[in-house]
Design a protein around this ligand. Structure first.
Ligand code: HEM
Length: 590
């Protein structure tokens, strides 16, 4: 089709023009119609006019025509546009949109019907909505903001030991099933939508496959072995002593302390020194409100949002930090954390040599060492950053939560605090000569208290989702087809009344006495199998040194925190949203 237009005339060739259209145009302008001419004349029209006329004539018609309009351009243009072009454009657009919507809707309906009636998991019990669509989980976690672990408890009480929690997902509650999923021979992939939400896809924690994770963990493992951690316990001793001195100074000014943040600052300073040979000095922040610790705390619920809305996550991660924080204040904590951490990683990258001056092995020194890579390349900067973020999260909140939960219960039972202190004092008579990690490990009451704290804090509370391999699997005596997402939250083991009677009570006696060693198999805070915790030795060492030091150096009393304040919501780690554990920490003179 061609259009030629001037101030007074518009010529259109090679278009299809119906009788109806011709009649309507005639009312607007004088139209000359010549059926015989089909040769196109290519000349440009006058701006919008020719464009609109072109749309007008291209849209609706039957016959090939050549029409000449004699027009008063402006009024013709407006009239044609209003009466013919706009409606026809609307029609075409709305037609395309509604067709696409209909196709999408049909596809979704087909998917729902398939998920409910034809899916290989159709015989597994669970809510209909969960079987039909993953949006059910989004509704629970994002819209109602319930803790998925609470919902799972309810579902298992109603449906039994296996529940379908998504179209392609099963959750198990029988403690025996835990070992079927998480054991040394189960090299199953991690599930993408959860593990990618942290933005740590290229880290020991975030790699989805066993092989990728193993390659990275093999590089890091020598630094996390029991021997390596025992050798570097001086670093942890230095950090916990520093925390004790800050708490002492606070007490001297008559202040109680936010131990929730204080413990996180201690673990943060420890892991940053271990990673970067440089502490972030979180413990020296006023009121222990170190920006990185606060940012980490605020980041927890963000991951739930990112898990359900991957596009939103990609958008936030792609924006410059200042824009991301403005655009989405609710995820600003994570962005802030990434900025702080990014600077730290960049510094290490540019001052690599300084790492060798540290008195203990440094994680980044090893990550950047070509000789440590077992024939592979040194990780790219993005992967180095992500490893740093993974280690910060893995090493800070987990140990911090265990200390916080443990100390709440110990302070809630003053007689227990005295009993534990007496045991520690026997091993640590001279305040200025603290015993080492190996000595503390032998103290039965202290060990029982730490185990009980690990049990009740539960480490990572989310069911750790894995993909059943092509061979399929039997989990808790149920045959599970290949490709199914399976998981089990640690709380179904740690709060099982059959294994741990009266599980809501902090009772160190359950770990003491003869024949209780077998109970250790049910302490699964660090998970089991090839994707279990890389930092387990570091965590135990921090816990022993911190529990012993706090008990030996302070007489502690709760400052208004009650059991109700220990409420949490599952955001991968438990997100404690009650009043922080606050206590008076009075130094013990000798
Ligand atoms: C009480 C303290 C801790 C607890 C309860 C704990 C718990 C866990 C759990 C349950 C997992 C498995 C996560 C999954 O399957 O997705 C895990 C993995 C991991 N943890 Fe820990 N953790 C603790 C301390 C630490 C520390 C101090 C570090 C070191 C900085 C650390 C580093 C890691 C890493 C790198 C992984 C990923 C391993 C993999 O995916 O193969 N953790 N931890």
């Amino acid at each position: 089709m061609t259009v030629r237009a001037s101030d007074s005339q518009c010529e259109i060739r090679g278009v299809r023009m119906s009788a109806g259209l011709r009649e309507r145009l005639s009312k607007l302008a004088r139209v000359t119609h010549d059926e015989g001419v089909a040769q196109p004349i290519v000349r440009s029209g006058v701006g919008n006019f020719s464009y609109r006329a072109a749309i007008l004539c291209g849209g609706i018609d039957q016959h090939v025509s050549h029409s000449i309009f004699t027009v008063k351009q402006r009024s013709f243009e407006i009239a044609v546009y209003r009466q013919l072009v706009a409606p026809s454009m609307d029609f075409k657009l709305s037609h395309a949109v509604s067709t696409a919507l209909l196709a999408w809707l049909l596809l979704k309906i087909y998917r729902l019907v398939y998920n409910i009636f034809l899916h290989p998991l159709r015989r597994y019990p669970g809510p209909l909505c969960a079987a039909a669509t993953t949006w059910w989980k989004t509704y629970i976690e994002v819209y109602t903001q319930q803790s998925m672990t609470d919902v799972l408890e309810y579902l298992h009480a109603r449906y039994g030991d296996v529940v379908r929690t998504g179209p392609n997902e099963l959750h198990f509650s029988n403690p025996a099933a835990y070992n079927d999923i998480y054991n040394s021979s189960a090299r199953w992939d991690k599930e993408e939508s959860l593990y990618c939400c942290f933005g740590e896809d290229r880290s020991s924690f975030g790699f989805l496959t066993y092989n990728e994770a193993k390659q990275r963990k093999d590089v890091l493992q020598p630094l996390f072995s029991r021997r390596a951690i025992t050798n570097m316990q001086g670093l942890i001793r230095e950090k916990i002593d520093h925390l004790a001195s800050v708490l002492t100074a606070r007490d001297a000014t008559g202040k109680s302390s936010d131990l929730f943040f204080a413990f996180r600052c201690f673990t943060m300073d420890t892991i940053t020194a271990f990673c970067f040979a440089k502490s972030i000095d979180a413990m020296d922040a006023p009121e222990f409100k170190a920006p990185i610790v606060e940012a980490m705390e605020a980041a927890n619920p963000t991951f739930v949002l990112f898990k359900h809305f991957a596009l939103f996550r990609k958008l936030i991660f792609s924006l410059p930090p200042s824009l991301a924080m403005k655009f989405s204040p609710e995820t600003a904590g994570l962005t802030q954390l990434q900025v702080i951490l990014g600077q730290q990683v960049k510094e290490v990258y540019t001052n690599y040599e300084s790492l060798s001056e540290a008195p203990h092995p440094i994680i980044y020194s090893r990550l950047l060492d070509p000789a440590a890579q077992n024939g592979h390349r040194v990780p790219v900067p993005g992967s180095l950053y992500e490893e740093g973020q993974a280690l910060m999260f893995a090493g800070t909140d987990t140990v911090g939560n265990t200390l916080m939960v443990g100390f709440f219960h110990i302070l809630d039972q003053p007689a227990l605090q005295v009993r534990l202190r007496e045991e520690v004092r026997r091993a640590w008579p001279e305040l200025s000569q603290p015993p080492d990690f190996q000595t503390l490990e032998k103290l039965p009451l202290l060990t029982a208290a730490i185990k009980e704290a690990l049990r009740m804090a539960s480490g990572v509370t989310t069911p750790l989702p894995r993909i059943v391999p092509p061979s399929g699997a039997t989990i808790g005596k149920h045959a599970v087809p290949p490709g199914t997402i399976v998981g089990m939250s640690s709380i179904f083991v740690h709060y099982s009344a059959e294994i741990f009677p009266e599980p809501d009570n902090f009772d160190i006696e359950r770990w003491l006495g003869k024949g209780v060693q077998s109970l250790d198999q049910w302490l699964i805070a660090f998970s089991k199998g090839p994707r279990s915790c890389l930092g387990i030795n570091l965590a135990w060492c921090e816990l022993y040194l911190a529990f012993a030091t706090m008990l030996r150096k302070f007489d502690m009393k709760l400052d208004g925190t009650t059991r109700k304040d220990l409420v949490w919501r599952d955001t991968f780690l438990p997100y404690f949203y009650g009043k922080h554990l606050t206590a008076w920490c009075t130094p013990i003179a000798a």
